[in-house]
Design a protein around this ligand. Structure first.
Ligand SMILES: Cc1cc2nc3c(=O)[nH]c(=O)nc-3n(C[C@H](O)[C@H](O)[C@H](O)COP(=O)(O)OP(=O)(O)OC[C@H]3O[C@@H](n4cnc5c(N)ncnc54)[C@H](O)[C@@H]3O)c2cc1C
Ligand SMILES: *[C@@H]1O[C@H](CO)[C@@H](O)[C@H](O)[C@H]1NC(C)=O
Ligand SMILES: *[C@@H]1O[C@H](CO)[C@@H](O)[C@H](O)[C@H]1NC(C)=O
Ligand SMILES: *[C@@H]1O[C@H](CO)[C@@H](O)[C@H](O)[C@H]1NC(C)=O
Ligand SMILES: *[C@@H]1O[C@H](CO)[C@@H](O)[C@H](O)[C@H]1NC(C)=O
Ligand SMILES: *[C@@H]1O[C@H](CO)[C@@H](O)[C@H](O)[C@H]1NC(C)=O
Ligand SMILES: *[C@@H]1O[C@H](CO)[C@@H](O)[C@H](O)[C@H]1NC(C)=O
Ligand SMILES: *[C@@H]1O[C@H](CO)[C@@H](O)[C@H](O)[C@H]1NC(C)=O
Ligand SMILES: *[C@@H]1O[C@H](CO)[C@@H](O)[C@H](O)[C@H]1NC(C)=O
Ligand SMILES: *[C@@H]1O[C@H](CO)[C@@H](O)[C@H](O)[C@H]1NC(C)=O
Length: 566
């Protein structure tokens, strides 16, 4: 009788060990034969990602070219072509429980060995839906730590995981233009001029396609356009400088396709699998399945005026005068559909780029006059350029065409969405906070159209709908720091997070550009959409194949995300 009970309890899992992922190096890790079987189902050779810097370590087996790494390591587009690279190198590293930082540093003179860190050791270079399905089934059957890796831009490290199995989407590059796209199941007269982008398409490629078709697409704005257009960007929300005119990325999706944990390939839109369609639009990358394509509506090209302001305030009093005039412009400008990027730090200049859709040069100049006057008063030879554009492409090439050469650094962010009411009710506090953070970015990518859309129409954090801007600070640090030095950097980030939180207590932020130390990511990243997102996640991924840092469902797992909490 006792023995029977034992068997029943064991079989029901009551006395079993907690469920943990099977990681590289564990005895359960797939054998050569298992991988050979997977190989027979996919279109490309299995890949063995390594941190790119390993090419500079003769003892590593990397086939890479060290000169190539040294030349290109800070370039975003180059990094995105390396399966083993993250854009911010700290996410390639791994901190052991004993405090050892395992990394592969570019600077070989530091004398550290080159280690794999958090880069998965093997994976699938997916080119087709069938490849994605084979990889998902392989990982699900063996309970591997599945890592969906597109461009590696993630700031929460979600596209890397030590001992994991990589599904690399970067080379799924198809783009299809459809002048009269009808979502499946929609009435025939619901048509869009659409662009369908496969999972690996990046913004510079999507912008070229939109231009060729004489259309505007709302996308991310990074120099060189290396951010993915159909991966993490859209699944976290997706903002661009044209969002105040046309909405967030998620507001412009009309259909998507996705391989779920069961291996099924589903289409989702407002008529089919509409719960999944809702959740994927803002509920976070790497959480509901592998998105294989996203269909975006595009917009008519309309003229706009861009303004560039660059100056070096001579004192903090002067900086404050400029900021005071700047902040008086908002949220009025976002109501009129303007976007802007402001950046400042003690080490560099004060810079702002404004985009004024459908506003003439003269009207732009008149609207910005009090601010521009303050800039000229502060510095006679400040750079002020006001340039009308007929189309997006010319602007993008002029302002952002040169690939980013400031990637490949150790970087972490802290951010908050700043509600409209903070600009209106408490501009003094806003200025004090902006003066206290270094560096400081303020991106006016909300307001306008973003605020006019029903917060419950997509899973994205409803805090976006009340926001006027996204505020950032950041930390950058050199290779080779000790774990104690890193703890000091972490503490400073946490302190700055508290400063940002004071601007809108209980508010929200953008999960794609956020801190790993958010005390309550469920609320801060998803607001009151969390419960519904969790229900949908559990429906499509009942066993938790797709778990990422701070993502929906991650609270069911331990801090390594490898063992389920019981
Ligand atoms: C230089 C730079 C500029 C940026 N500019 C902007 C900007 O202008 N606007 C903006 O909104 N954000 C911007 N971001 C933030 C960006 O949105 C996030 O880094 C985002 O996570 C990038 O997604 P990715 O697919 O390119 O990168 P990855 O790091 O490869 O993926 C990010 C996350 O999405 C998941 N994922 C990727 N592809 C898929 C897929 N097909 N299916 C399921 N899950 C997937 C990954 O598992 C991971 O969790 C920028 C980031 C950087 C570093
Ligand atoms: C390099 O490859 C050889 C042979 O495949 C292997 O024995 C060795 O462990 C590898 N070295 C490293 C550092 O990966
Ligand atoms: C290595 O990379 C450099 C710089 O990109 C290039 O000039 C050189 O030809 C490459 N060498 C080899 C052997 O491919
Ligand atoms: C720390 O742990 C790692 C394994 O995670 C081990 O390789 C290393 O030797 C340890 N270092 C020290 C100083 O104990
Ligand atoms: C890419 O898209 C074209 C249509 O634009 C289609 O004919 C082709 O089959 C697609 N290729 C893949 C691999 O999906
Ligand atoms: C589509 O047709 C229906 C019925 O004729 C009409 O009610 C609806 O307004 C139309 N929708 C659009 C987007 O034209
Ligand atoms: C700072 O701005 C001045 C113009 O005011 C410009 O000449 C200079 O190159 C800028 N410096 C940096 C580091 O951007
Ligand atoms: C641009 O402005 C004109 C005049 O104010 C207006 O008629 C037109 O609809 C606007 N176009 C867009 C795309 O906003
Ligand atoms: C902008 O307006 C100012 C007056 O505020 C004027 O002196 C200047 O010439 C205008 N610049 C342009 C480019 O129109
Ligand atoms: C947005 O503002 C409205 C009106 O003030 C308020 O009711 C709502 O709770 C706010 N939503 C969020 C997510 O802050």
């Amino acid at each position: 009788m006792k023995a029977v009970w034992w068997v029943v309890l064991f079989a029901s899992g009551v006395l079993s060990e907690p469920r943990c992922r099977c990681l590289h190096g564990d005895s359960c890790w797939p054998t050569e034969d298992d991988f050979a079987q997977l190989q027979s189902q996919i279109s490309q050779p299995l890949i063995h990602p390594v941190p790119p810097e390993s090419a500079c370590y003769p003892e590593s087996n990397s086939s890479g070219n060290c000169t190539d790494v040294q030349t290109n390591t800070f370039t975003g587009t180059w990094r995105s072509d390396q399966a083993g690279a993250m854009q911010a190198t700290n996410f390639e590293t791994f901190i052991s429980s004993n405090g050892t930082i395992e990394a592969c540093y570019l600077n070989t003179a530091l004398g550290f060995p080159c280690e794999q860190g958090s880069i998965p050791t093997i994976g699938v270079d997916a080119r087709t839906v069938k490849d994605v399905q084979a990889a998902v089934k392989f990982a699900a059957d063996r309970d591997l730590r599945l890592v969906v890796h597109n461009t590696g831009h993630d700031y929460l490290g979600r596209s890397a995981a030590r001992g994991g199995f990589m599904l690399w989407t970067h080379r799924m590059k198809n783009i299809t233009a459809s002048p009269s796209f009808v979502p499946e199941g929609a009435p025939e007269n619901e048509t869009y001029y659409a662009l369908t982008l496969e999972a690996g398409v990046q913004w510079h490629e999507a912008y070229d396609a939109a231009h060729v078709n004489g259309r505007l697409i709302v996308g991310g704005i990074a120099p060189g356009g290396s951010v993915g257009a159909a991966g993490g960007w859209i699944q976290g929300g997706g903002h661009g400088i044209f969002s105040p005119q046309h909405g967030l990325g998620v507001d412009n999706v009309v259909e998507l396709t996705i391989v779920t944990a069961s291996g099924e390939h589903l289409k989702a839109n407002s008529y089919l699998n509409s719960d999944l369609f809702w959740a994927v639009r803002g509920g976070g990358g790497g959480t509901y399945g592998v998105v294989t394509s996203v269909t975006y509506r595009t917009h008519d090209i309309s003229p706009f005026t861009a303004t560039l302001v660059l100056c070096s305030p001579s004192s903090s009093a002067v900086r404050k005068d400029i900021l005071t005039e700047y902040l008086k412009l908002w949220p009025g400008l976002s109501d009129a559909g303007w976007g802007a990027y402001l950046g400042m730090s003690t080490a560099a200049n004060f810079s702002v780029t404004f985009v004024a859709p459908n506003v003439s040069l003269a009207d732009t100049n008149a609207t910005l006059a009090p601010f521009l006057d303050a800039v000229r008063t502060a510095q006679e030879d400040a750079v002020i350029q006001i340039i009308p554009f007929d189309d997006f492409q010319t602007f993008y090439q002029a302002f952002f065409g040169t690939p980013d050469t400031e990637d490949g650094l150790n970087t972490e962010l802290v951010t908050r969405l700043i509600p409209r009411e903070t600009f209106v009710d408490d501009p003094e506090h806003l200025i004090d906070v902006m003066m206290s953070l270094d560096p400081l970015l303020l991106f006016h990518v909300a307001g306008g159209k973003v605020s006019q859309i029903d917060p419950d129409s997509a899973g994205v954090n409803p805090a976006w709908r009340n926001a006027t801007a996204l505020m950032y600070s950041a930390a950058f640090w050199p290779e080779g720091v000790t774990v104690d030095e890193y703890r000091v950097i972490q503490q400073k980030l946490k302190d700055n997070l508290a400063v940002l939180e004071s601007l809108a207590p209980g508010g929200g932020t953008y999960l794609n550009e956020a801190s790993m130390y958010e005390p309550n990511p469920q609320h801060t990243f998803f607001g009151d959409h969390y419960e519904r997102l969790k229900v949908i996640k559990d429906t499509y991924d009942p066993t938790g194949l797709f778990i990422v840092a701070s993502g929906v469902g991650s609270e069911d797992w331990d801090s390594s995300l490898n063992c389920m909490l019981t």
